[in-house]
Design a protein around this ligand. Structure first.
Ligand code: C2E
Ligand code: MG
Ligand code: MG
Length: 701
């Protein structure tokens, strides 16, 4: 077989071919290198872009006051830089629901608006839809095609609007999702790691804004709210009230303030401890809130510091109430947009009704009440402080009128209360500076004319008003509790004074027959001193030991101390009064019922309460010339005789009155005819002048 000869390439051709192959290889390598360089450049360029985007957003976020402000800027920046058509944000409510916050950005609105509208309106529960998935599992979520996604709530409208790609990211404050932001595009966008990483990083920056906002809100809350009840405090109330006052119409109507001061809270605090007191305050706050809600139609609000004031519906301002705790046991209700002036009264009545029901505090059941003062705005007020001041005055008046009262302020009341407050201030000074003096009015045995004892009557030696009679200050002293200090001074001073008289008389006095007293009781034949005791004093828990202390200290024989109380003690606590009367009797102190006949139920007390004597009120004595009065006095005397009670008639001004009383068998008398109240020295001179007592005193029961 013949083989064709192999044609060997000439050396030149071979070289050319080699060079060509080398050239192709080099071109390929160069192209590859170029591609690599280009990719690197692009990656570098993109990472720089993302970095710049992150930087811009971080800078703005640092300056933003609120998360929503930072979000709205962020949405715009991301859409512009990363090519999304629509960005939208949700805030997370109670960690359970993503709710739209009207924070969105549309870069390209064409054909997209129905989808935008749907996104602005829908809320998403945990796990539902794209935002719900972020809420349930906080990480970036990317949907390359929403049209094929099975958990996408806006599926239909997305198809209509030709939305394709979507993604959503969490904004975290600590470990909590506080917001979610999402983006959509009408073209496919792949989840490039660098993009995902950039948006996630932005989320971290936004989280810092949220944390800052939360910290600021907590600070505001602490500064403006009462930590115990979480109600607005005095500062927030004042802020709101002042701004409501400045918005009042020309006639200044529509605003009212209720000042609520709890009655009997201090006693609970003292008795059951501060923890119980705190629990009671929290429970009270809740009841007050319920009562207000009921009256204002569930529109009472305890608004947060950033929320807007009183709302409107259909352009008409609705009545609104803000409940605040302004002091230990003091609450204030600010009412705005009032159209019916009676609403504050209704609210007050409802508050009383709520507080009338007992509270369970631990194992105890306690009942407290409240005194409420109301003031309505009017054109004379220059600022809110003046309205609140008058509501305070009205509350002060309510408190003075007894527990559980409501008083609405008016001009006359303002004057009276201001005078009373000034009186209270002066009384405190009087107690501090010892401005009280005692006068003594003789109590005479009507048959013999001998002095049996004296009634100590307090007067206020006022620095410029002169001697002020007790009727002008005792009621205020009783209403403010100052009577405890005054009464204590009176009791001690009266005992010291009568002890001085006893010392002057040289101990036990003998009658004409030379016998010692008819009962053998030490001091039973010495003049006694009768001291008026206010109900609060008499009902003091340690009243009897206290009396014993005063007697020991002053050296007065117990039988020479007589207490005069009014029916008030029985009205307040009849059972306690009975026990105190029995204890007094055991130690030999006598107690008489003063002003007998003025209270409408006096007779009933006489049977059940062991008094030693009664004092017929001067009103009956003054009217003795009238048959009806005479009849009453006779009946009182008969009754007293049956019950073995001593009777003193007070206010004897005429000889006829004295004669009539003596004829009816009244044992003792007191009055201007017999002796006016005198200073100590003059009063006791009467005893010295009258000489020894000539008749026996009737035995005390
Ligand atoms: P009271 O206990 O009924 O005292 C009798 C009052 O009648 C005294 O008035 C006395 O001055 C007045 N009086 C005496 N005789 C006559 C008379 O013939 N005609 C008239 N029109 N009045 C006469 P006063 O001193 O102004 O005391 C008034 C009330 O003040 C007392 O009434 C008593 O309720 C209260 N009070 C006086 N001192 C004290 C006190 O130390 N403590 C307390 N809690 N109350 C006191
Ligand atoms: Mg009296
Ligand atoms: Mg009297």
């Amino acid at each position: 077989m013949k083989h064709a000869p192999i044609a060997l390439p000439d050396p030149a051709t071979a070289r050319i071919e080699r060079l060509e192959r080398q050239l192709v290889r080099e071109r390929k390598a160069r192209l590859a290198a170029e591609v690599i360089a280009e990719d690197g450049l692009r990656a570098l360029y993109e990472s720089k872009r993302y970095l710049a985007l992150l930087q811009r957003i971080t800078e703005r976020a640092n300056k933003a006051d609120t998360l929503v402000e930072a979000l709205s800027f962020t949405l715009g920046e991301i859409c512009a830089e990363l090519g999304w058509d629509f960005g939208n944000a949700y805030l997370v409510r109670s960690m359970q629901e993503a709710v739209p916050c009207n924070c969105w950005h549309v870069a390209n609105p064409e054909h997209l608006m129905p989808f935008v509208e749907a996104s602005r309106e829908l809320s998403f529960a945990r796990g539902v839809g794209l935002p719900g998935r972020v809420l349930a599992e906080p990480r970036p979520w990317w949907i390359e095609d929403v049209r094929t996604d099975t958990n996408f709530q806006r599926h239909d409208v997305a198809i209509d609007c030709r939305v394709v790609a979507g993604c959503a990211f969490p904004v975290m404050a600590g470990s909590e999702v506080v917001a979610i932001y999402e983006f959509f595009s009408r073209k496919g966008i792949e989840a490039e790691p660098a993009v995902v990483e950039t948006i996630a990083q932005i989320g971290i920056q936004l989280g810092r804004v949220a944390e800052r906002e939360q910290a600021r809100e907590a600070l505001m809350r602490d500064a403006l709210h009462d930590p115990l009840t979480t109600l607005p405090n005095r500062v927030l109330l004042h802020e709101r009230a002042s701004s409501a006052f400045s918005r009042l119409p020309r006639n200044a109507k529509g605003l009212a303030v209720l000042v609520i001061d709890l009655d009997g809270f201090k006693a609970v605090n003292d008795k059951l401890g501060h923890h119980a007191g705190d629990c009671l305050l929290v429970a009270t706050a809740a009841r007050l809130r319920d009562a207000i809600d009921e009256c204002v139609g569930g529109e009472s609000v305890v608004r947060g510091p950033t929320e807007t004031p009183a709302g409107t519906r259909n352009g008409i301002a609705r009545p609104q109430a803000t409940l605040a705790r302004t002091g230990g046991d003091e609450f204030v209700v600010l009412m705005e947009n009032l159209r019916d002036d009676r609403l504050p009264q209704t609210v007050a009545a409802q508050l009383h009704a709520e507080l009338d029901l007992p509270f369970s505090v631990g194992r105890d059941e306690v009942t407290i009440g409240a005194s409420i003062g109301i003031a309505h705005s009017n054109p004379h007020y220059r600022d809110y402080d003046e309205v609140q001041r008058d509501a305070d005055l009205a509350m002060y008046q309510a408190k003075a009128s007894g527990r559980g009262k409501t008083v609405t302020f008016n001009h006359a009341l303002g004057t009276a209360v201001r005078m009373r407050m000034a009186l209270e201030r002066d009384l405190r000074e009087a107690i501090r500076d010892n401005q009280f003096v005692l006068h003594y009015q003789a109590i005479i045995d009507l048959a013999s004319g001998g002095i049996e004892g004296f009634e100590a009557l307090v007067r206020w030696n006022h620095p410029w008003r002169g001697l002020v009679p007790p009727g002008d200050f005792i009621p205020t002293a009783e209403a403010t509790g100052l009577i405890m200090f005054i009464g204590d001074w009176v009791l001690r001073e009266a005992c010291r004074a009568i002890a001085r008289l006893h010392a002057q008389l040289g101990g036990t006095r003998q009658d004409n027959s030379g016998r010692l007293d008819n009962r053998g009781t030490p001091g039973a034949d010495l003049p006694f001193v009768a001291v008026n005791i206010a109900p609060q004093q008499f009902l003091l828990p340690d009243f009897v030991p206290y009396l014993r202390g005063v007697i020991m200290e002053t050296g007065v024989p117990p039988s020479c101390l007589k207490l005069e109380v009014t029916e008030g003690v029985a009205v307040l606590d009849a059972e306690r009064t009975r026990r105190v009367l029995e204890n007094c009797r055991e130690i030999g102190i006598r107690v008489g019922l003063d002003d007998f006949g003025t209270g409408y139920s006096s007779l009933s007390y006489l049977h059940s309460l062991p008094f030693d004597s009664i004092k017929i009120d001067r009103a009956f004595v003054a009217a003795l010339d009238k048959p009806k009065s005479r009849k009453i006095v006779r009946t009182i005397l008969d009754l007293a005789g049956n019950l073995d009670l001593t009777v003193v008639a007070e206010g004897i001004e005429t000889a006829d009155q004295q004669a009539a009383l003596t004829a009816m068998g009244c044992g003792m008398g007191q009055g201007f005819l017999l002796s006016v109240p005198l200073i100590e020295a003059e009063a006791f001179d009467l005893v010295h002048a009258s000489g020894p007592v000539t008749t026996d005193r009737p035995p005390s029961s």
